[in-house]
Design a binder for this molecule. Structure first.
Ligand SMILES: Cc1ncc(COP(=O)(O)O)c(C=O)c1O
Length: 397
């Protein structure tokens, strides 16, 4: 009998196909945006041009009319902010050790020294209680990071900055759409840097923008963005400072423009999924097994990520094993981030184990679970059940 006409075995008939692999994040890009990108590609102008201008105008509108310039990353934005603030060799920049390494690399890039301040183990953001003890006569700036979109307390942050006459470069790479006491992050404060990297709440594939204080800073940002060039008239060109090659393309800006109108619905969906995580984890064995959940902030956070901290002292396996087991069950997870001061580059500059115990513990045990707008509550339940089962199976007896 040919295979096609053979009756299926009872076990084959009842077998469910395995669920599709659930990545820890995935961008949602609509057909209108894809068509818009095709239009830009056919337009004859594909690098920085009208789409970048339109994107900047919309971003500026979003932050209440403050000047905004777009760039090809949310890293160069911070470097440029430091340069505009005059931060350089001999200066110190205070930041958190639990962030993407870009945050402290930009301090090194401009010739300054990063000064790390340990995290608050609850918020996982820089511990505001410890900042003032780290300020020296060389301190020029603070770079706070809103990890996973949970904003650093802006009232306390700016009170410290004002008391010590320090500039602030808000690394709000993960906080587009977050708010502080009803105000949008970016709509107030000093420099504010956002990233539109592929994993962010809205994306331009790669890209970023910097919110500035006035037109003078905005003009400087334009110079630093493109080789220091200032154009005038039909053929005028002047160069007064060393700039880089940090301009956003029109193709990327068109993606960003197509994402902006979805920000509110994307973030509402993220909030709904985060609530489902809290609800389902509370009903699971995971908290009793020592799993630490994030702060349940439904007022300020854009829920860029849902990150748990594994209880290493109560497990017989390490985070890498947990990730491998999750992956084998069809679930992607991520690490955001290892503690920066323990990277080889930073160890060479003098940092060592034990310098920032809270960041080190989080750096070893933090785990990013899937969270993106196209997910469902069923996906969340699958993640919670799988992780709880792994913790249960590998708990210290
Ligand atoms: C906290 C933080 N800072 C800075 C950046 C840098 O942004 P970009 O990748 O756009 O350069 C990122 C991006 O992942 C980030 O998460």
């Amino acid at each position: 009998m040919p295979a096609s006409t053979r009756p299926a075995s009872p076990s084959a008939a009842s077998a469910q196909p395995p669920p599709a692999f659930l990545p820890f994040t995935r961008p949602t890009i609509d057909d209108e945006t894809i068509a818009g990108v095709a239009e830009v590609l056919r337009s004859g102008w594909i690098t920085s041009g009208p789409q970048v201008k339109a994107f900047e105008a919309k971003l500026s509108e979003y932050v209440g009319g403050r000047p905004v310039r777009a760039f090809n990353s949310g890293t160069c934005t911070m470097e440029i902010a430091l340069r505009i603030a005059g931060v350089g060799p001999g200066h110190e920049v205070i930041t958190t050790p639990l962030t993407w390494v870009a945050t402290s690399n930009v301090a090194l890039e401009v010739g300054a020294r990063p000064v790390f301040v340990d995290i608050d183990p609850v918020t996982r953001n820089i511990d505001l209680n410890r900042i003032e003890a780290a300020i020296t006569p060389a301190t020029r700036a603070i770079i706070p990071v809103d990890l996973s979109g949970l904003p650093v307390d802006r009232d306390r942050l700016y009170a410290i900055a004002q008391r010590h006459k320090l500039r602030v470069v808000e690394d709000a790479a993960q906080a587009f759409g977050s708010t502080w006491k009803g105000k949008r992050i970016g709509a107030f404060g000093d420099f504010v840097s956002f990233s539109f990297h592929a994993n962010k709440n809205i994306t331009a594939v790669e890209g970023g923008c910097l919110v500035l204080n006035d037109e003078r800073e905005a003009r400087l940002a334009e110079q630093y963005r493109l080789q220091g060039v200032v154009r005038s008239g039909h053929d005028g060109m002047e160069v007064e400072l060393v700039g880089g090659k940090y301009n956003l393309t029109d193709v990327a800006a068109r993606v960003g423009l197509g994402q902006l109108p979805h920000l509110a619905t994307f973030n509402a969906k993220r909030r709904e999924l985060a609530r489902a995580y809290f609800e389902l984890f509370a009903a699971s064995s995971a908290p009793a097994l020592g799993l630490r959940l994030p702060v349940a902030d439904f007022e300020h956070s854009n829920w860029h990520m849902f990150q748990v901290i594994l209880p290493e002292e109560r497990l017989t396996v390490k985070r890498a094993d947990v990730m491998a087991k999750m992956s084998a069950a069809g679930i992607g997870t991520g690490v955001h981030y290892p503690a920066i001061h323990l990277f080889a580059l930073y160890r060479r500059l003098g940092w060592k184990d034990g310098d920032y115990p809270h960041a080190e513990y989080a750096g070893r045990n933090i785990l990013t679970l899937p969270l993106f707008p196209a997910m469902t509550r069923v996906d969340v339940a699958r993640v919670v059940d799988t992780l709880a089962a792994i913790l249960q199976a590998h708990r210290q007896s």
